[in-house]
Design a protein around this ligand. Sequence first.
Ligand code: GAL
Length: 800
Amino acid sequence: MALTVSVFGQNKTREVLTLEKNWRFHKGDVENAYAPDFNDSKWESVTVPHDWAIKGPFNMDIDKQTVAIVQNGEEVATEKTGRTGALPYIGVGWYRNQFSIPNFSAEKKVILLFEGAMSEPEVFLNGKKIGSWNYGYSYFYFDITDHILADQQNSLAVKLTNRERSSRWYPGAGLYRNVRVIVKNKASIDQWGTFITTPFISSELAKVNVKTKVSGEHLILVTQIKDADGKIVATDTTKTLYDNEFEQNIAVSNPKLWSPETPYLYTSISQLYMGNHLKDEISTRFGIRKIKYEAEKGFSLNDSVIKFKGVCLHHDLGPIGTAVNTAALRRQLTILKDMGANAIRSSHNMPSFEQLELCDEMGFLFLAESFDEWAKPKVENGYHLYFETDAEKDIVNLVQATRNHPSIVMWSSGNEVPDQWGSDGAKRAKWLQDIFHREDPTRPVTVGMDQVEATMASGFGAVLDIPGLNYRVHLYEEAYKAFPQGLILGSETASTVSSRGIYKFPVVEAKMKQYNDLQSSSYDLEACSWSNIPDEDFVLQDDKPWVIGEFVWTGFDYLGEPTPYDDMWPSRSSYFGINDLAGLPKDRYYLYRSRWNTKDETLHILPHWNWEGREGEVTPVFVYTSYESAELFVNGKSMGVQKKNMSSPTNRYRLMWMDVIYEPGTIKVVAFDSEGRPVAEKETHTAGKPYQLVLEADRTQLNADGKDLAFVTVSVVDKNGILCPTATNQLNFNVTGAGTYRAAANGDATSLEMFHLPTMKLFSGKLVVLVQSAEDVGKIELTVSGKGLKTAKTYITTIN
Ligand code: GAL
C-alpha cells in the first residue's frame, strides 16, 4: 500500500508526512534500483528508522582493522576485531518508498528532510538523482518541488554506502533517523528559519528575540508566545522585513526560567500572512534561560554557578542499534537523572532531534558535537575525506536545526582531532568556531583536546572559547595557566573500564589490565593508559573553581571500541559505560550517584557475596555512599568503621574495607550521619541455587503506536528471593497480545548472541528484554522461561 499525504485542511498551511512504513530495503548494490518501475517486491519490507546491521550476525572479520591506534599511544599495528562492533554495516544498501501529494499546485513547495542517513546518501526521486550528502550524522534537506508528480505516486529511492575503516565505533547503517516530506506554500517560513534567543532576563521581564526567515512577498508575521499551559502570554505583529528576515523583540513578563531542575518550556507560534491569508504556521518550543561563562567563576545558568555533571553518549541504543527510538532515549535519560547527571555530550556527532527534545523536557544541559576528524585522518575513510568541502554546511545544518533547544549550552567543533598538531590546526579551529558564531552568537565552542601540550604550544587551545581537556588530569593546572580563558572543561573524563557484576582479585589500581575471560573488574580501579578512575576527576571538580564540569566517558556502554580488548575476539562492545549495554547500572553508577544526586540517599555495597572457593581469602568490600562514614559487618562481626578522608582520591570518595576475609553469609553496612548516628543500612547475602525468574518492567503502559518500548529487567533469584549474582542460565522469551518481542541484551561485551532472537543467557544474574507495542490497544504478555527455573510472566497494556 502506498502512502498518501492527507489532503490540505481548510486552515492547514503545511503538512508533514513522516515516511515510516512501507519501505523496501535491499543490502547490496543493484543496477536501476532508482528507476520508478523497478520491481522491489522481493526486497525486505522495513520501517524507518531502521538499522540494517544490528541483526548481525557478529563476525570478527567485519571491518577488521590492522592498525596502530595512534591516539591511544599505540606504535605497532595489531589486528583489531570488534572495533566497529563486528556487525555487518559495511557496503551498499538501498531503500525505496512511494508517496503522493494530492492537490499539488504551483503554489506549493515540497521539502524532503533526512534527519540522518548512514552514510553517503544519494537520493533519487522519480528516477532522477536529486541530491547527495556525505556525512552520515548530518541532518539535511532538499527542495523537491520541481520533481514532484502531481496526484500520482512519487517514487523515492535512497542509496547508502558505508566504507570499511570509516569509524572508530559502531556507526550503524541505513535510514536510522526519520525521513519527512514537508508540503507547504511557496510563501512560507524557511526550513529551520526561526531563531529564538532570550538576550535579556530579569524576574519581571524577558526579552524574547525571534528572527524568522521567510520566502514570499507582502508578508506579515504574527508571533504568539504560549506558556507551558498553552496560554498566550504575548503577541507581536510585524511587516518589516530585513532582506528575507523578520526580527521581533517580544516581552514576556514574570518569565519562568528553564533549568535542569525546572525544565519550563514556552512555545512560539509563528503565523505568516499574505494580506488576510494565512500562508504558513509553525510552532517552536524554546526556553527562557541565561548562560554565562566567566573566567575563574565558571559556568552559570540563570545567574547560579553550576558544574556539568555530564556523560558522553554515542548514538547507538545497544540492542536496537542506531535506529532512533524515543522510548529508549527517554529510558537512558531517566536512569541518568536518577544518577544526578545534569548534562549530555553527543560524542562525537550531531544528536538526534528526539534526544534534544527529551533533554529540553527532562532538564539536561547539552554539549552538541560535530566531528571526530577534521582534515587529518584517524581512520582511513573517516570524515577527513569530506572535511574541506563539507564542514561548513554540516555545521550550518547542525546549528540551524537545533539552536532553539534551551538544553544546548555549548557546541563542540571536534574531538581529539589530529589537527591539534601543526599550525594549520589552530587556523581550522578558528575557521570552524567562526562558523558556529556566525550561525549562533549565543553559545561558546569547545574542542575535546587530548594533545594538551601540543595545543598549549601551537595556540590551538588559546583560540577556543572553552578549552576542553580529554583526560590528562595531570595537565589541568598547567593548561589553566597557559590558556587565556581562565577556565577548563573536562570534555571527556574517566574512561574507567568495568563489566557489570564481575570482580577481580587482587584488588589493585591498574591500566590496560586484561583477564582471560575478557572482562574488566567492577572494583572500578581499572582504566586505560591515557585515562583514569572517576575519583581523580572528582578531586579537580571539587577543588578547582575554574574547572567547569565533566563529561564522563561514557554514560552507557556502546557497540564497538572494546578497549582494553581491542584486539581480542569476541569482545565487541565497550567496557567504559557507567551502565552496561542493556542499560543496567554497574557499580560505578552508585559512585557517581553518591556525589551527583544530592537529593537522595545512596548506599551501595560491592562486590556480590557469592565467592565459592574464595573462603578464607581476602575479598575487599567497597561502599559507595552519600554518607561520610559507615561500619561494615560480616556475619555480624564488625570490620570497623571507615570514614571518607583526604589521604587519597579513592579514600576521599569511597569507603573501602581492604582486608575482609570471605566467608559465605551476610555482609551488612550501617551508615552514619555527620553526628555519628546510624541512619541507613544495606545487606548483601550469599545466594543459593537459581530457582525463579523475576521480571520488572520500567513501564507497564505503552502507547499503541507500534514504536513504544518497555524495558523489562529479568533477574534470577534463589528460593529465598536473593539475587543469584553469577547466574548465566539460558532464557527464552515469548511475547503475545498487543506487542512484539523486539530485542534483549545482557551487558556481556563478549556475547555473540543476537539481540533480536528470543533467547539469551543471563550475565551476572540479569538481562533486559525489550517489548514493543503494536498499534492496537490491548494487553501484552511477556513470558520468560529457562531450564529448571520457575517461569515468570509480566503484563503491559497499550493505550492510545
Ligand atoms: C577518547 C576518545 C573517545 C574514546 C575514548 C576511550 O580518547 O575521544 O572517542 O575513544 O577515548 O577512552
